[in-house]
Design a binder for this molecule. Structure first.
Ligand code: WTA
Length: 714
């Protein structure tokens, strides 16, 4: 580990000078360290290096008592980690608690009048809304009463939310948690069909939605998606009894779709009957599921990642305290969407468990201009800022000097969701953070509940492009395909795995326990009868390299998932969406390197006999992806090709077309049944790209490897 507490500012002097490091430098320059300021260190929650000793492997798993002790328990647990049924780990067994109580009630004596949420609407002239802890308590209780008495929901039932970034979403989450009802929030930008899939999979009978919301200066009709979702869920055997519709603006209805009598209810109408109602929080076992968060995998069916109450909440509270450096008096702004895991853990549960003020913003970062986030930060006095590389790239491109025009001052900033390029990191540090804010680059996944890789902001220096070492109590390792460890500083990448369980790890894939074991544990399991956690490394599905200082550099997914602007889209999901167009015979989705969004999707399709390529057909495919998944999945291009490159067994070789789309190598095509098609496709696609002024760019070694490996998980 590098020396701690050196002088502030960048330095290149501490670099490991081993030959192996120098070899990495051939294609990737080893970056210098940046050190946090003395001012930051002076106020940090984790500033005593002894904390690392407390979480060292010899103190595992008891070290996590320190996280659990950040919560109020109705009943203390007797077993910190139960490994008797691997890999279905159980944390804090015997303990009971309520997540809503921990995020709301317990703060009242000290912080009744402190803002819990500050909500900034997209329209700049519309008033910012503050919800104090006292008001949050009242609203959560009233909505919990609606769920309990009007909807008849009880502990263990599921409820689906399809909500955008409005304060009613955290209110609804905490109301469900109060009753032990398992919530499943579907990202508001997802389509009705995608929501319907998740309703059916989770077997929810109540859907909570909103009439509309602002997005990029326009009102987006959202209620229409509820009708689509219910229709889709019904096709899959699901059933929704009640739809609760919040209204974005009092007294108005922003949707064109009619309310269905007996099924759809305005929440504001219902609440009149539940005014001032108090609902006792239900004391839940630590291992009771708190929520499901769906994410993409290598097959079409989304995976409902099931997160626990005790382990999850302890983990997000602990990591929010030590890695986000959240203090109750901070004004903390995580510029992500609550519809993703980042928002669940680091807008709602972590910050509120610690009793801080969490800012929510309704709209897009650059509305009405690229100075918007910095105006918000200045006006609200934001101390701590958290966002994704895709947003940072966009703000840098559209307003490189905007941050200098505003007098906000961040002490801490986070980047999450995708690898960040060192140049982009430096802009974030120098311009957004004004050279003062400590940055954490946090690596983790929907499945993980909270951070896995990051620097401790006051204790471990930053290194652009690297997330840092494993976080407290998490011991990562890189394995090659044979399960041998790839040593630090070897310059070789491999599969990053976590050797041990941690409290935030998801419990299972909802209703798919076998798939859970197969996808995350089978690959490196040493003995399936062993109840020793050492035999069950967690396979994260990311490629990574470890440098001699123990810092990890994450290269991206090794499976068929395209990470678009920090959001995981499954190849199979994209392809099945394209196949809903009746004329399409075959479809293949590939990732294309994109300067702004990290990766974007290009869709290759071949048509059934009798149909021919046209711009309308391309549109139809594009539209299908938008309808089935959401705008985020809209492909950069749709290429209609006469045939796909295939192996003799008929498997589409995605890496070949991925190579073409990226102006890269197509690799070995000798095993193809139809090798001639490769040149035909290349000519067609690249000529069109060049005509559009898209010449691609030279790929880095890692990007090349990623593209060449694409589709190999088939
Ligand atoms: C990628 C988001 C590099 C990674 C919290 C992972 C990252 C996937 C980073 C999970 C980071 C996330 N640096 N890559 N700091 N953070 N990733 O489930 O490929 O939406 O597997 O969770 O994003 O995406 P997910």
């Amino acid at each position: 580990m590098p020396n701690e507490r050196e002088s502030a500012g960048p330095s290149n002097s501490d670099q490991g000078s081993e030959v192996s490091e120098a070899q990495i430098a051939v294609h990737w320059r080893e970056e210098g360290y940046y050190y946090p300021t003395a001012k930051f260190i002076g106020q940090a929650n984790a500033s005593d290096p002894a904390i690392r000793e407390r979480f060292s492997e010899e103190h595992f798993p008891e070290c996590f008592r320190e996280y659990a002790d950040l919560l109020d328990w109705d009943q203390y647990w007797h077993t910190t980690l139960d490994t008797s049924n691997p890999p279905f780990w159980k944390w804090f067994v015997g303990g009971r608690l309520n997540a809503s109580y921990n995020c709301v009630d317990r703060h009242l004596p000290k912080a009744r009048n402190r803002a819990a949420l500050i909500w900034v609407p997209e329209i700049e002239s519309e008033e910012t809304r503050t919800v104090t802890y006292g008001e949050l308590y009242a609203r959560v209780n009233e909505f919990a009463a609606v769920l309990k008495d009007f909807c008849g929901l009880k502990a263990g039932d599921r409820i689906t939310f399809h909500m955008p970034m409005v304060p009613e979403l955290p209110v609804a989450m905490l109301a469900a948690a109060r009753l032990g009802v398992i919530h499943s929030e579907v990202f508001g930008g997802f389509s009705g069909a995608a929501c319907g899939d998740r309703i059916a999979d989770s077997d929810s009978h109540v859907l909570v939605t909103i009439d509309g919301y602002w997005r990029n200066g326009q009102v987006s009709d959202h209620k229409v998606k509820a009708d689509e979702a219910i229709a889709r869920a019904a096709e899959l055997g699901g059933r929704i009894d009640k739809v609760l519709v919040w209204r974005r603006k009092q007294g108005e209805y922003l949707s064109d779709t009619p309310m269905v009598p007996g099924r759809d209810f305005f929440v504001d109408d219902l609440l009149k009957d539940y005014k001032d109602r108090i609902v006792e929080p239900v004391s839940m076992p630590a291992e009771a599921p708190l929520f499901l968060m769906y994410t993409s995998g290598t097959t079409g069916r989304p995976k409902g990642c099931q997160h626990s109450t005790g382990g999850y909440l302890a983990y997000v509270a602990g990591t929010s305290k030590f890695y986000q450096d959240i203090h109750p008096e901070d004004t903390y702004w995580c510029f992500a969407d609550i519809g993703w895991i980042t928002g669940h853990s680091y807008i709602v549960y972590g910050p509120l468990a610690l009793g801080t003020t969490s800012v929510m913003y309704e709209g897009v970062p650059t509305y009405p201009d690229a100075g918007r986030p910095w105006r918000i930060a200045e006006r609200l006095g934001v101390t701590t800022f958290h966002t994704a590389p895709t947003t940072i790239r966009m703000l840098r491109k559209l307003g490189p000097d905007e941050p200098t025009k505003y007098r906000y001052s961040f002490k801490h900033m986070t980047t999450v969701g995708e690898p960040i390029e060192p140049e982009v990191w430096r802009w974030y540090y120098d311009v957004v953070g004004k050279g003062e804010a400590a940055i954490v680059d946090t690596w983790w996944q929907t499945e993980n509940g909270g951070f896995l890789g990051s620097t401790l902001p006051a204790l471990q220096p930053m290194k652009p492009g690297s997330c840092g070492p494993g976080v407290l109590g998490v011991y990562p390792v890189i394995y090659d395909e044979n399960g041998d460890e790839v040593p630090a500083g070897s310059g070789r990448a491999g599969n990053i795995c976590i050797r041990n369980p941690w409290p935030g790890i998801f419990q299972t894939i909802w209703n798919q326990p076998d798939r859970f074991v197969q996808l995350y544990y089978e690959k490196y399991n040493r003995d399936k009868n062993s109840t020793d956690w050492h035999d069950w490394p967690y396979f994260a599905g990311d490629g990574a390299m470890k440098a001699t200082d123990g810092y990890f550099r994450i290269l991206g997914r090794v499976d068929d998932v395209v990470n678009v602007a920090g959001h995981r889209l499954g190849t199979k999901e994209l392809e099945s969406a394209a196949l809903t167009v009746p004329e399409v015979a075959e479809a293949a989705a590939v990732p294309v390197i994109d300067e702004l969004r990290g990766r974007v999707v290009e869709m290759y399709v071949s048509l059934k006999p009798g149909y021919s390529a046209s711009a309308e057909m391309e549109d139809k495919v594009s539209k299908a992806l938008e309808i089935q998944i959401g705008k985020i999945a809209r492909p950069k291009s749709v290429w209609i090709v006469p045939d796909m490159p295939k192996t003799r067994s008929g498997k589409i070789m995605r890496r070949v077309i991925a190579g073409i789309s990226n102006f890269g190598e197509v690799g070995d095509i000798s095993t193809l049944a139809n090798p001639d098609i490769v040149d035909t496709i290349r000519h067609h696609v690249q000529a069109k790209k060049l005509a559009q002024g898209d010449v691609g760019r030279e790929l880095t070694k890692e990007e090349r490897e990623e593209i060449e490996a694409y589709g190999s998980a088939d």
